[in-house]
Design a protein around this ligand. Structure first.
Ligand code: GSH
Length: 242
């Protein structure tokens, strides 16, 4: 039975899984989930989606949620090229370190920029207070500085000369900011070069294909949101703006 991946490519963890699976020629059936249409809560998806998030992997009757767990499962099941997640204990430790660190730093702050600039205005019909945006920008800059100084330093990739899961996860997260209309890479020339190297490593066409929707401002700003989802999300969004 072919592997099933439930993905919405507007989501950065979904893009990491998608790019990784495609790049490594892992056969899978894409189950397209449109979060904005409320499909996270559909009856069919709820059978495999306890946490109510994407991505989700279904391999026969084995269901796996959480993108990092999914990526690691794919490296092991398909014995992918060792540079993604090297067997060397220290190299692997470095990838694990980044994957553990990113959730509350790069991931959280990059995603918040997209929410504040694009998603919340779509849901609530108005822009967010400038001080909220300012806080989010400061958080993002702090995280990026750490990514730059601790993880990347002056190396081509986080592990040195070859791309790993750490680079892939990091770059898709920062692309959320670009999707929000702020080309963060222009402000960090070293990261701009790093992003170009990752694009080349995974293949420019695949990288562009995965990011086509998030980098389409027309589509993003005109997305029609499921009315029931709007009602459901409103209290949480208002809380975010407090
Ligand atoms: N830690 C999870 C996060 C997954 C996640 O937050 N997915 C978002 C899309 S980027 C989602 O499904 N959000 C829907 C919601 O929270 O209602 C992972 O890495 O897979």
């Amino acid at each position: 039975m072919v592997l099933e991946l439930y993905l919405d490519l507007l989501s950065e963890p979904c893009r990491a899984v998608y790019i990784f699976a495609k790049k490594n020629n892992i056969p899978f059936m894409m189950k397209n989930i449109e979060m904005m249409k409320g499909q996270l809560f559909s009856e069919e998806f709820n059978k495999v989606n306890y946490l109510k998030k994407v991505p989700v992997l279904k391999d026969g009757d084995f269901i796996l949620e959480e993108s990092i767990a999914i990526l690691l499962y794919l490296t092991r099941k398909y014995n992918t090229s060792s540079h993604w997640y090297p067997p060397d204990m220290k190299q692997r430790g470095r990838v694990d370190e980044y994957l553990a660190w990113q959730h509350t730093t790069i991931r959280a702050s990059a995603s918040k920029i997209l929410w504040l600039k694009v998603v919340i205005p779509l849901f609530l019909g108005h822009s967010v207070p400038p001080e909220k945006m300012q806080d989010a920008v400061e958080d993002l800059n702090t995280s990026i500085r750490k990514l730059n100084e601790k993880f990347l330093q002056d190396k081509p990739f986080i592990l040195g000369t070859e791309v790993s899961l750490a680079d892939l996860v990091a770059v898709v997260e920062l692309m959320q900011v670009v999707g929000a209309g702020w080309d963060i890479f222009e402000e960090w020339p070293k990261l701009q070069e790093w992003r170009r190297r990752i694009e080349v490593a995974v293949g420019k066409e695949l990288f562009q294909d995965a990011h086509a929707r998030i980098l389409n401002p027309q589509e993003l700003r005109n997305i029609s949101i499921d009315p029931a989802l709007k009602v459901q999300m409103k209290p949480m969004l208002l809380k975010m703006l407090k």
